[in-house]
Ligand binder design. Structure first.
Ligand code: SAM
Length: 338
């Protein structure tokens, strides 16, 4: 039964759940999983610590009973988890999940897109930080070519997983030129590029405020070339600020969590691959739902545990960010799920 969901201490409902299905990734993006830290010696989660699909399904079901309508699978790289389409089918069958999506680097998407769509996935968001290989490969740091990401996007569209959103993190001095390249490439294709301010998630990427290209600057650069106008947010808590091309060639989005924080509307919870619930992307610790699930709790008890976490939530990191908070031992994005 679906009853009105709980509100947190700042009056925010729980609407979105991001589920990290693995802490592993086949890329080593310099701003997310730098090789120096995530090298051969890095200890990824052992299999026994990772939630199995049945455990994930139970937690998603409990969250839906509290108001979640949108579920996004992420990681790490979610497509490195075997048989992900089986999980997709299990989640697609939950009544109340209105939007079931996947965020991926698309390296493994082309051969999987059809199976994912058949299993009930609605849409995909693909991360792509540049179109030229020298820049893209410098960013993914495993020599992966951008053309193969474009093949993944095409396969997703052909399988009915569109309109595709393309996420690009822009870091000063590294890929600023990619802004016009990406905007120009995807204009008029139906795909929407969302430019993301480089964030101080985790504490391994050596983040500096100087590396952030403010969203207002990104918009100004594109607007100068292809005039833009703002679009109203589609719903409360929409992460991207949207703009449309005045000539009708589609939309772009910007995600300005550093320069214009949107904590007041944040309705997201994140489940790590080992079953910890994080109520903020910048949290320093999570709540252990795996222990609840593995203790033999009933569905009702699981939902109660989730409700208790949510009603105690008061996070608003991005609004409180200072040079001191940047040093906090925050959880890595590859672990918590982007
Ligand atoms: N592997 C998948 C992918 O590449 O989309 C899903 C996980 S990844 C952590 C999700 C998103 O987080 C990607 O779009 C990535 O670019 C973004 N991301 C990672 N670190 C970031 C940072 N420091 N600032 C902004 N975005 C970041």
């Amino acid at each position: 039964m679906i009853t009105p969901g709980p509100l947190d201490l700042l009056g925010r409902p729980m609407h979105d759940l991001r589920v990290s299905v693995t802490d592993r990734c086949n890329f080593r993006c310099v701003y997310c999983m730098p090789k120096e830290i995530f090298g051969r010696d890095h200890a990824f989660l052992p299999r026994a610590e990772i939630l199995d699909f049945e455990e994930i399904e139970r937690i998603v079901r409990a969250s839906v009973s509290l108001g979640v309508r949108k579920v996004r699978l992420t990681g790490g790289e979610p497509l490195v988890r075997r048989n992900l389409e089986r999980l997709v089918a299990m989640l697609a069958a939950i009544e109340g999940v209105d939007d079931l999506t996947l965020t991926t680097n698309a390296s493994l998407l082309a051969p999987k897109a059809r199976a994912l769509a058949d299993a009930g996935l609605h849409r995909v968001t693909v991360s792509l930080d540049a179109l030229d290989d020298p820049t893209f490969q410098r960013m993914n740091d495993v020599g992966f070519p951008a053309g193969r990401v474009l093949e993944g996007i095409a396969a997703a569209e052909a399988a009915g997983l569109g309109p595709v959103k393309v996420n690009a993190v822009i870091r000063r001095g590294l890929n600023e030129h990619a802004v016009l390249d990406l905007a120009g490439h995807f204009r008029g294709t139906g795909a929407t590029v969302r430019f993301i301010e480089y964030m101080d998630v985790g504490h391994t990427n050596g983040w500096r405020l100087d590396d952030v290209v403010p969203a207002a600057e990104l918009v100004a650069v594109i607007d100068e070339r292809w005039p833009l106008e703002p679009v109203e947010a589609a719903y409360r808590g929409e992460v991207a600020q949207r703009y449309r091309y005045r000539d009708g060639a589609g939309e772009i989005g910007v995600i300005s969590s550093v320069t214009q924080p949107f904590c007041g509307d944040c309705t997201r919870a994140r489940l790590s691959a080992d079953g910890q619930l994080f109520t903020c992307l910048f949290a320093t610790s999570g709540h252990d739902l795996r222990a609840v699930v593995r203790s033999g709790a009933t569905d009702h008890e699981l939902a109660d545990a989730l409700r208790a976490i949510w009603i105690g939530r008061s996070d608003r990191y991005s609004e409180l960010r200072t040079l001191d908070t940047v040093e906090l031992p925050k959880v890595e994005m590859s672990f918590i799920g982007g």
